[in-house]
Ligand binder design. Structure first.
Ligand code: PLP
Length: 468
């Protein structure tokens, strides 16, 4: 421990204050009766330091895949400071210089889209999209075509509307009743095919399930489908290449809007600007948050096609035919000012290229780990976005006990590497480790992550052997 005495006291003070005052997210606080809460005090590049002076290589980009360009970017902080001094806030009923510049920049990366609507979180960006869909149903018809179809295992946010469109047990249980008008269809994880089929002999039934659900509900009642391009917290699930073209075709057939939730995959995570750009698909709505300003400011966007926007413009003002929605802090200029520099960094440092190269290295390493460790059942991912599904029996694909996945993550932290994992108690699928290092990761960083995983899996398989 290199802390001075006074430094340690200060650290103990802040840990104690945190323990006594802060209610942490996703946390059962009884654990802090016997252990300290982690308080992160510094970040630089790929690394963070906690109040006790421990340094970690962060393979999570801030815990939940957010800090895409890494920590300690003074360039972003300077731009935000200058902007706030010049003009900090005015409601988004008026425009701002960074707001206009950032929207134009974002649309360069999404050439088929036309308008950017600002808010403050991923959940909110999705809520805006749902409200657009519902309002269109009312403005252009009798309100019947308002239902939104979502997919099992996808997550779209924490507010009641967003949660109503989420297909994850742990997030939803005990928070009902949910909003009406949200209906689910099957997930697309080949490793655990919901139809018991295998790829090559399945006719992509998981995508066709969307049509089944639209028909069951009645096509005149369905306004949109919302999908993550690659399911993130539900287990890192990239779809097969045929998947999105089939979804698109079904949407066109039934006049259903396609909303892609890029909250995790957006802004370079997968090696393209947006996750859906790996596939042959043209969404009507794209939402994004986390990586938009890499966590340096709170900003999210609901981006629509110009034709969707025009449908609102075509309505008369006196019949309330405009989007009557506002988020107070979408008028804070810190968000777009940070977002603009964030995108410039990704461009200037050619980070998409880095993600492809380092992502290939990461996937090769994970495939090797799968050969070495019986515990690894499946390896999935695109770019610097990967999941490692752990099983206690490879042939039966039996998910490991939750404690075992937690133990691997804890061993990695002891070895100085922070990794993530999917929801606890996510019924049978609580067993996927998640890797999402910042887009600036070097070859040595990736090796460091793989090395820690290798050792931690070995330690955990000894435990597994002891249990069996
Ligand atoms: N959509 C996806 C795909 C997410 O993973 C998340 C958060 O993890 C959200 C939406 C919600 O974002 P926020 O926590 O900013 O509301």
């Amino acid at each position: 421990d290199t802390n001075t005495d006074s430094g340690s006291n200060l650290d103990q003070d802040i840990i104690q204050t945190d323990r006594e005052t802060v209610w942490h997210h996703l946390t059962q606080h009884t654990q802090f009766e016997t252990s300290d809460p982690m308080v992160i005090v510094r970040g630089e590049g790929m690394r963070v330091t906690d109040a006790r002076g421990r340094e970690f290589l962060d393979a999570t980009s801030g815990g939940v895949w957010s800090v895409n360009v890494g920590y300690g970017r003074t360039e972003i902080a300077d731009a935000v400071r200058e902007q706030l001094v010049e003009m900090c806030y005015f409601a988004n009923t008026a425009g701002s210089i960074p707001g206009a510049k950032f929207a134009a920049k974002l649309l360069e990366k999404l050439p088929q889209m036309g308008r950017v609507y600002y808010s403050n979180s991923g959940s909110e960006a999705n809520e805006k999209a749902y409200k657009m869909v519902r309002q269109l149903a009312h403005m252009e018809g009798d309100g019947r075509k308002h239902k939104i179809i979502y997919r099992d295992r996808d997550y779209h946010g924490t507010t009641i509307g967003a949660l109503s469109s989420t297909g994850q047990f742990e997030r939803k249980e005990q928070y009902g009743p949910f909003a009406p008008g949200f209906v689910s269809f099957k997930h697309c994880c080949c490793y655990r095919c919901p139809f018991g089929k295998s790829y090559g002999n399945c006719d992509i039934e998981c995508a066709r399930d969307l049509e089944t659900v639209i028909q069951q509900e009645g096509p005149d009642t369905v306004g949109a489908v919302v999908l993550e391009p690659i399911t993130a917290g539900g287990g890192v699930i990239p779809p097969v290449p045929e998947y999105f073209p089939i979804i698109q075709q079904i949407c066109r057939k039934y006049d259903v809007l396609l909303h892609i939730d890029e909250v995790v995959c957006g802004l370079g995570r997968t090696g393209e600007w947006f996750g859906h750009q790996h596939y042959d698909v043209a969404p009507d709505i794209v939402t994004m948050a986390k990586g938009v300003a890499s966590g340096y400011a709170a900003i999210s966007c609901t981006v629509t096609t110009e034709s969707l926007f025009e449908r609102f413009k075509a309505q008369p003002q006196e019949r309330l035919g405009y989007f009557r929605d506002i988020s107070t802090f979408a008028g804070c200029t810190a968000g777009p000012a940070a977002g603009l520099v964030n995108v410039e960094i990704i461009e200037r440092e050619k980070l998409l290229h880095n993600v492809r190269e380092r992502g290939a290295q990461l996937m090769r390493g994970l495939e090797w780990l799968k050969q070495e460790h019986e515990l690894v059942g499946d390896v999935r991912g695109v770019g610097l976005f990967a999941g490692l599904e752990l099983v206690s029996d490879r042939d039966r694909r039996t998910p490991v006990a939750e404690q075992l996945a937690a133990a691997v993550a804890a061993h990695c932290a002891e070895a100085g590497v922070l990794i993530g994992r999917t929801n606890r108690s996510f019924k049978e699928f609580n067993n996927t480790l998640c890797l999402s290092p910042a887009l600036i990761a070097t070859a040595a960083d990736i090796d460091g992550i793989l090395h820690a995983l290798d050792q931690s899996l070995a330690r955990a398989s000894n435990k597994q052997a002891a249990i069996a």
